[in-house]
Design a protein around this ligand. Sequence first.
Ligand code: FBP
Length: 551
Amino acid sequence: MDISPLQKIRYQYQPKIPAILNESIQSIGFSEGQKTHAKADEEKLSALFPNTYGKPIVTITKGSSEKLSRTLTVGVILSGGQAPGGHNVIAGLFDGLMKGNTASKLIGFKGGPGGLVDNTFITLDKTIIDQYRNTGGFDIIGSGRTKIETPEQFAKASETVKKHKLDALIVIGGDDSNTNAALLAEYFIKEKIPCSVIGVPKTIDGDLKNEYIETSFGFDTATKTYAELIGNIQRDAASARKYWHFIKLMGRSASHIALECALACRPNITLISEEVEAKKQTLKEITETICSIICVRAAQKENFGVVLIPEGLIEFIPEFKTLIAALNDLLAHHAQELNALETADDKILFVSSKLDKTLSLLYQSLPHDIKLQLILDRDPHGNVQVSRIETEKLIVAMVEKRLAELKSQGSYTGSFSYQTHFFGYEGRCAFPSNFDADYCYALGMTAWALAAQGYTGYLSSVRNLTKPAHEWIAGGIPLTMMMNIEKRHGTEKPVIQKALVTLDSKPFKTFAAHRDKWAVTTSYRFPGAIQYFGPSEIADRPTETLLLEHS
Ligand code: FBP
């Protein structure tokens, strides 16, 4: 592998970790809290998870445990979308295993959960791990979105576990993948397979969080990467003064990424899906809001600006939510008929004929590309692939149309030229920021400690994250505590609840308090590139979201 100068220097970076994880193996112990409860659907969940429901929260403390020095064979899976820091989770896990007992072994299943089902793996030794320390990407073993759900898949996964005599399986994933981890933990106990399952909270979307999981890893680096790009575009917009830039940002459901970028960059307009849903805003109303700001700025001779659009927006606009739910049902029940149709127009016609009148009219009113994007296959977890729906173009089309009307009425005198962008994949494999490099390494080591102690059905947790790393608190949170029952593919399933942006949260309130000013005055901030070296207040600074949430 040809190595860039930055990569070479980053190899030498030693992640900062909670003080307890730096202790000698003889001084590490565990303390357990009260029995836990899910926030919703408690009865159904305790019936579905008779062995793992309600376990206590675990904190790693000073103490002792003979189990930590066990020789272990551990499997690891990277699951779902890439997020910066995944390699450091594996490095932390590996170093933890070696700290416990140098005879321990780490197996990496290739290509996500599918690798466990099919038993495709590599043994991860020091030589391999050292090539990936502090680097972005998931390429050490690859990732995938296979959902382990059929009895055959569970049986095959168990065969793999037995074949390798795995003591533990570490699932590095988002809400869906950790739901899988919870199901596997329960299944292994039921089948008397002595293998712990520990999850690690990953997703750039930032929606796998709660009181004990302060953030998912990757959110920090991804948002800083997007914020750099947005800042650059803002400077370009303010220099050229001729374009409105419409930027769609990743984040399948929650708008945490858009909100964080708004706080970091102060663009003119940021749409927050959760607010759109709460206020039941229609696409027409959203268009009207954007156009009114464009008009005010045009009157100031500022025919430029920046609009941030969360990629999940479309699912939160009430009329589209209903349409997407109907399309989901339709795709679940008529997939074969639809796939058999050859042309795009035939597919659109077929779908229109199956929808009720109101939804059919809405569907037909959409631009041709959006119609097709809305009926693309769902991912294996039943999610609409919002990264493939060009919401930014839909919004621009609506805005352009409305501005033309306003112009003809004499209430808009500006000129409207636009550019559209989508920032998503650009941020998912960046070199992890110091924050993510440290956090991920600590999460990996914590996963080792929990697994060595024999805990199962837990999510690795490192908190107190706005403090210096040595003050971080490591432990485990029962996965069932974060679950509820939701309808997926038309059937009720236990899933980890997504943490959406809440309108009474400090990050949202801070944004809401400033947005009117940011809309009309050009108040841009230019965050610049991620800094890996230099003063800690810059190089180790967490996100604005985390700082506000813990201020
Ligand atoms: P995870 O939830 O698996 O972390 O993935 C998040 C994400 O990056 C979303 O932001 C995006 O919508 C989606 O993955 C894209 O999926 P894919 O990588 O399959 O195109």
